[in-house]
Write a protein that binds this ligand. Structure first.
Ligand SMILES: [Cu+2]
Length: 415
């Protein structure tokens, strides 16, 4: 009896040692500035190193929980293609002024545009570490909450610089082919970001196709597959493929919400390839738009230095909400390692704020909502007519368990 108990205790002790020895324990990812190091550009393990750690805070970190101010109406983030007349004119003026002010800040000011680029870079290249492993908030369930916070503080900083607490960044409605709503398509580059004479909102390092003001974006291209590059298709075919891609991304996996949210991603989990971890919208239309704009936008280290990054990601942020309202099955993960994941962002007063993913879930707490634009095109069309979307059983499989992971350099890793 006694020998049995000793044996049992020894086994438990050995298991505990082995378990902690792997360095992986069930815990949420927490971003801290401690030990931030140069990140690795690209998806592999041999890309060039990139320095993108933020400046250290000059004061304490302050927790941030968004609480809706009930005395104010929600600010409405609108579809850029539907703005017109005086509203459009004033918006474009403010946008240009806001980015001019943001670019004019000193480079070590965490509110300047270059620091926004670096912030996104640091979260994408393994610069931050958690349990000794480099963090990437893409290709998994942190994708949506991280970007919601990132956009929110970006917008707050623009409001502060403009002295206009109601300034609202509007979104690039690239999934809208032009039926319904205001009747204008959103699937071309928004002109206020495409004028080379406007330094503040323009970014020169984009692909040539972005210079064609009426070229329809291609959501079918595969950001990580060189055989599915943009171009060469008629407007009609491209629009049909776009609807099909959206239908696939938003609806095909209606009974498997994790297929939309992305893989389980806890502290200590390694960076992976998009096909292993990304949810359906992240891996398809989101990546396609980055690829379509091209060059800097097609690189995690540089993308957020282009002002066009923000209206693009607002549409992703909007579609997260649209997806949650499409079906009662479409729920976000309720795992504490998702809900308690922690992020750090500088606010408009250069105070470093700490927030948890659980506080990203209610958009209205942040004081904004999205204009209700019709999604009916990809809801009712794009069910396979263009023949381009892969069938559901051929979609990338999401790894639930670490033992299934393939690292971004293609090697298998078991724990
Ligand atoms: Cu990102």
């Amino acid at each position: 009896m006694e020998t049995g108990r000793i044996l049992l205790l020894s086994c438990v002790f050995a298991l505990l040692v082995c378990y902690s020895g792997t360095g992986v324990r069930a815990a949420p990812v927490k971003i801290t500035f401690d030990g931030c190091k140069p990140g690795r550009v690209g998806l592999g393990t041999d890309g060039p190193l990139m320095h993108c750690c933020p400046p250290m805070p000059k004061g304490p970190i302050v927790d941030f929980v968004p609480v809706r101010n009930m005395s104010k109406p929600l600010r409405v983030r609108k579809a850029l293609q539907c703005l017109e007349g005086e509203e459009l004119e004033i918006y474009v003026q403010k946008l240009r002024k806001g980015y001019a002010l943001m670019r004019a800040l000193p480079l070590d000011d965490p509110r300047c545009l270059e620091q926004h680029r670096m912030c996104h870079c640091a979260h994408s290249t393994g610069a931050y570490t958690c349990q000794g492993v480099g963090v990437d908030i893409h290709f998994g369930w942190l994708f949506y909450p991280f970007h919601r916070f990132f956009l929110y503080f970006h917008e707050r900083i623009l409001q502060h610089l403009l002295g206009d607490p109601d300034f609202t960044l509007h979104f690039w409605n690239w999934d809208n082919a032009g039926q319904g709503g205001c009747g204008k398509p959103g699937d071309i580059i928004p002109p206020m970001y495409a004028d080379p004479t406007q330094h503040s909102t323009f970014h020169h390092n984009r692909h040539n196709r972005t210079y064609h003001p009426d070229l329809v974006v291609d959501l079918w291209v595969d950001a990580w597959n060189e055989t599915r590059l943009p171009g060469g298709f008629s407007k009609e075919v491209t629009k049909a493929r776009n609807l099909e891609t959206m239908h696939w991304a938003m609806i095909t996996l209606k009974d498997a919400p994790e297929g939309f949210s992305g893989r389980v991603y806890r502290a200590g989990y390694p960076r992976v390839t998009p096909y292993v971890g990304a949810g359906t919208l992240e891996v398809s239309a989101h990546g396609a738009l980055h690829k379509w704009v091209g060059i800097d936008m097609d690189d995690f280290s540089f993308a957020a230095g282009d002002p066009l990054f923000y209206p693009h990601h607002e549409n992703i942020d909007r579609l997260w909400d649209v997806w949650r309202n499409l079906s009662p099955n479409n729920t976000v993960p309720n795992d504490p390692d998702f809900l308690d994941a922690e992020f750090l962002f500088y606010d408009e007063n250069i105070v470093l704020r700490r927030m948890k993913a659980r506080h990203a879930l209610d958009m209205s707490a942040f004081g904004y909502e999205y204009e209700d634009v019709p999604n009916v095109e990809w809801l009712t069309q794009g069910k396979g007519d263009a023949g381009v979307a892969p069938p559901a059983d051929e979609m990338p499989q999401l790894a639930e368990d670490l033992s299934e992971l393939t690292l971004s350099d293609g090697s298998e890793r078991t724990f």
